[in-house]
Write a protein that binds this ligand. Structure first.
Ligand SMILES: Nc1ncnc2c1ncn2[C@@H]1O[C@H](COP(=O)(O)OP(=O)(O)O)[C@@H](O)[C@H]1O
Ligand SMILES: [Mg+2]
Length: 283
């Protein structure tokens, strides 16, 4: 690995709940190199977003901590841009102004007004949103909002890009297009990326390493799979690549054999019971 850029050491978190503290994560240890692309994958509810929020500085770890460039992370900062799972645009601002807000925050005093405008338009063009830049979030589709969120994050030129299932809600063609753009952009800018995904193909295509999480509560890192496929990567060529397919199988085995969701059977049983009770009451 190149120089360590971001380091998670013994990260754990307890959430306060009415029934007492809920231990969502424990002993999360991960060193991420400068410019490395890491994916987090794991079943729903295991704690992926929580890890990302701790790195973003939005949640405070109960134990352990995060160090970026040798400094402890305790609060959010513009060097760590987040693309949230559910796009988080300001509804009263246009697409252009949503990106402009972030750009002004980061480049105030560094870029002229004209340079800022060019930069905003460049980033909107990257995600193919030029045509709708004067629309408000309420006037565009969910996938488009997600693209604006990505443009906004990229426009900040963050050292670390944190993405929570950024392409999950997009149609397959748009997703493929944005995955390719993201690979290009990352190759050019060399930023460090942590991306949460539930898409095994996406994880293998984009990542240098895939971090696979165990089921919660007290979730932690189960396995880490290096993906050493040569870059630039082409999705069509990879279909026939034995290494690609081995990586894919390794992740699938982890998710569906080693971390099978036993809880889901439990949940089904509970649901059945509660329905039975309801039927008794009403019937
Ligand atoms: N703010 C919170 N308060 C209490 N529990 C939380 C909070 N955020 C997340 N959790 C719990 O922590 C666990 C992990 O959540 P999350 O990180 O959102 O999972 P994932 O992103 O992998 O689906 C879940 O059981 C969730 O209910
Ligand atoms: Mg999540």
């Amino acid at each position: 690995m190149s120089q360590v850029h971001l380091e998670l050491t013994q990260v754990g978190i307890d959430f306060p709940t009415p029934k007492g503290p809920f231990n969502a994560l424990r002993d999360v240890n991960l060193k991420i190199g400068q410019g490395e692309f890491v994916s987090l994958i794991g079943h729903s509810g295991c704690g992926k977003s929580t890890v990302l929020n701790i790195v973003a500085g939005l949640y405070q770890a109960t134990s352990g901590g995060v160090v970026l460039n040798g400094r402890e992370v305790n609060s959010p900062g513009p060097e760590r841009a987040v693309v949230f799972q559910n796009h988080s645009l300001l509804p009263w601002l246009t697409v252009y102004d949503n990106v402009a807000l972030a750009v002004k925050q980061v480049f105030k005093g560094q870029k002229s007004r004209a340079e800022m405008r060019d930069w905003i338009e460049h980033n909107l063009a990257l995600v193919q949103m030029t045509h709708a830049m004067h629309k408000r979030p309420g006037e565009i589709s969910g996938g488009m909002k997600q693209r604006v969120g990505i443009a906004r994050a990229l426009a900040m030129e963050p050292q670390v890009l944190l993405m929570d299932e950024p392409f999950g809600a997009l149609d397959a063609l748009t997703r493929a297009h944005l995955q390719d753009s993201l690979m290009d952009i990352q190759a050019t800018l060399g930023n460090t990326v942590i991306m949460i995904t539930h898409d095994v193909d996406e994880a293998v295509l984009l990542s240098d390493r895939i971090v696979m999480m165990t089921n919660g509560p007290s979730a932690t890192i189960g396995e880490v799979l290096p993906v050493s496929l040569e870059r630039p990567r082409n999705r069509l060529d990879l279909v026939d690549s034995p290494e690609y397919n081995e990586c894919r199988s390794a992740v699938l085995r982890f998710l569906y054999e080693k971390q099978k969701k036993i809880e889901s059977i439990d949940a089904k049983r509970k649901a059945k019971k509660s329905w039975a009770q309801k039927l008794k009451i009403t019937g």
